[in-house]
Design a protein around this ligand. Structure first.
Ligand code: URP
Ligand code: ZN
Ligand code: ZN
Ligand code: ZN
Length: 548
């Protein structure tokens, strides 16, 4: 046959156009787009009739945490990601995503100095199970070792195709000082590595947290004379959000923009969740600086109120909703953030899928004080682990793992919240979820495009008229997490087919692909934005001697 797969009657949506056409796929790539194919051309070929449906390039989720264990957890707060590459990618493909970029994390431990070894370790974790979708890694850098930056960054980009790093301004075990940031940004710039920044002011958070804990607890002596800690409630999950008011992100984005302006490198703010953060990004963009921003579903569907749904001093149900940055204070913030989605302030829309189980000792605390029987196959906790567990379950938001799941609900939530509601166009939907992440992280036009030569990665939606909206429950999802923050939310559509390099991986509510179908993808430098960042009046003289 001329083609391996043909999609007919498609409304093909790209970042710029919607066109009615047929797609011919051969050897995993888009071979032709045509008004129609002849009967001869269609003979012996798998045909999908997409009448009335949008066909888009498969989703590219550029922010996914998988296989981060207690030691290399997403933020050094304990907590063990409950999804590995198998379950995480299964969830991705069921939600229309065909490429994920996950995190390979350096730690401060001496044996983790080598970024190349870190990449190898995470790669082995992915290869252990395989993946339903194509995948790559961002490298998280938490140290500024000059020799490593000089010797290993070039190898990382050349041999591994890892062209992005994430740096933190918060989390005690992760954060870099401004001067360390400059070191890493300078090295990243030399190697055309895109710098991703987690922008929260760590000192503000620690100071506020200390105040809440001091206010919310007291130590008293029991009759038998032992000291006991009593929590009065200002350590409950709700205070996680209060310890991170929008100013926390506002300050950190401002500062990081200034640091990047000095170095003149492009930066991407991950998970921007405040109107203030978005406004700072907008201002930098207006100045012509290569400043990009990612946002995530939780900033459009959750508010501070969701952290006190079951609010009581001893109830930690709400730990389900803890993520950093937290959701914005009110629904009015959602509306302002939606403006940033449609007007280009936000470059990409990712999930920040960070899976912790609720029923697992190394997951979210459930408000139960005993250490439940270990999960199947898990070793019992050590005394130290148990102590840590008691502290978490006993009640400090400070030690509850940050992060919520969402790799599967990312596209459908944006479809419902922004596309079906008319807040963004279908083209903008594609740009935010596929084309821009592919360009930003050097995957375009292999990924993020639907044109001859591109990988035949598609997400095909149900024709709107034929779809009956439904309310989500966690049992419908394919992750290894025992809750979804979006329980009960009404969905207006859901991917009907997810196709990876010409293979149907998800169809009509069922996984049809195999866990070894996904491949590692090497990435090149970013293809977004000005090649050489604009030199502003403030930095011209510095640039002269730093770079000329
Ligand atoms: O709370 C979050 N976002 N957890 C994941 C770790 C991170 O900072 O992305
Ligand atoms: Zn982060
Ligand atoms: Zn994250
Ligand atoms: Zn345990």
């Amino acid at each position: 046959p001329k083609f391996d797969l043909v999609v007919i009657n498609a409304a093909v949506v790209t970042a710029s156009d919607i066109s009615k056409c047929c797609i011919g796929v051969k050897d995993g790539k888009v071979q032709s787009l045509a008004n129609s194919f002849t009967d001869d051309e269609l003979a012996d070929t798998e045909i999908i009739d997409a009448e009335g449906a949008y066909v888009m390039p498969g989703g590219v989720d550029a922010h996914v945490h998988l296989c981060q264990d207690l030691k290399t957890g997403p933020h050094g707060l304990g907590g063990e990601c409950s999804d590995n590459f198998e379950t995480g990618s299964r969830s991705a493909v069921a939600g229309g995503t065909t490429t994920i970029i996950t995190f390979a994390t350096q730690t401060r431990a001496e044996e983790d100095r080598s970024l190349l070894k870190v990449a190898e370790r995470y790669n082995a974790r992915a290869e252990e199970t395989g993946s339903y979708v194509d995948y790559g890694f961002h490298i998280i850098i938490v140290r500024n070792d000059a020799d490593i930056l000089e010797n290993e960054l070039p190898v990382l980009i050349k041999d591994w195709g890892i062209s992005s790093c994430k740096l933190f301004l918060t989390y005690a075990t992760q954060r870099l000082t401004d001067s360390q940031m400059l070191d890493v940004m300078f090295a990243a710039r030399k190697n055309s590595i895109t710098t991703m920044i987690h922008a929260e002011n760590g000192d503000m958070i620690e100071w506020l947290t200390g105040k809440f804990i001091a206010e919310g607890s007291r130590i008293f002596k029991t009759d038998s004379g032992t000291e006991k800690l009593e929590s009065k409630g200002m350590v409950a999950p709700y205070y996680h959000a209060l310890s991170r008011p929008p100013l926390v992100e506002g300050e950190a984005t401002n500062r990081a923009i200034a640091l990047a302006q000095l170095i003149q490198n492009p930066i991407l703010f991950v998970h921007v969740g405040s109107v203030l953060g978005a406004a700072n990004v907008r201002r930098a963009q207006t100045m012509g600086l290569p400043v990009y921003a990612e946002t995530c579903p939780q900033y459009f569907h959750l508010t501070w109120d969701d952290l006190k749904r079951f609010h009581s001093p001893t109830c930690f149900e709400n730990s389900k909703m803890i993520c950093s940055p937290p959701p914005p204070p009110t629904a009015a913030d959602h509306e302002e953030l939606f403006v940033g989605l449609s007007n280009g302030t936000f470059t990409i829309y990712s999930s920040d899928h960070c899976p912790f189980r609720y029923d697992h000792p190394h997951g979210k605390p459930s408000g139960v004080l005993e250490h439940e029987a270990s999960m199947e196959g898990e070793k019992p906790c050590s005394g130290e682990e148990l102590q840590d567990l008691l502290e978490r379950k006993g009640g400090a938001f400070r030690s509850i793992p940050n992060g919520i799941p969402g790799v599967e609900t990312r596209l459908p939530l944006l479809y419902t919240g922004a596309l079906a509601s008319g807040r963004i166009t279908p083209q903008r939907f594609v740009e935010l979820t596929s084309t821009n992440p592919a360009k930003l992280y050097g995957l375009y036009p292999k990924k993020g495009a639907l044109m001859p030569g591109s990988d035949a990665d598609f997400v095909i939606w149900h024709p709107e008229k034929t779809f009956s909206p439904f309310n989500l429950t966690n049992s419908m999802l394919h992750h290894n997490v025992d809750y979804t923050p979006y329980e009960g939310i009404r969905f207006e559509n859901w991917p009907r087919y997810t196709i990876l390099r010409g293979k149907v991986m998800w169809a009509n509510g069922k996984i049809t692909g195999k866990v070894r179908d996904g491949e590692y993808v090497k990435r090149g430098p970013s293809q977004l934005g000005p090649v050489s960042p604009r030199v502003t009046r403030d930095t011209r003289t510095i640039a002269d001697w730093l770079y000329e």
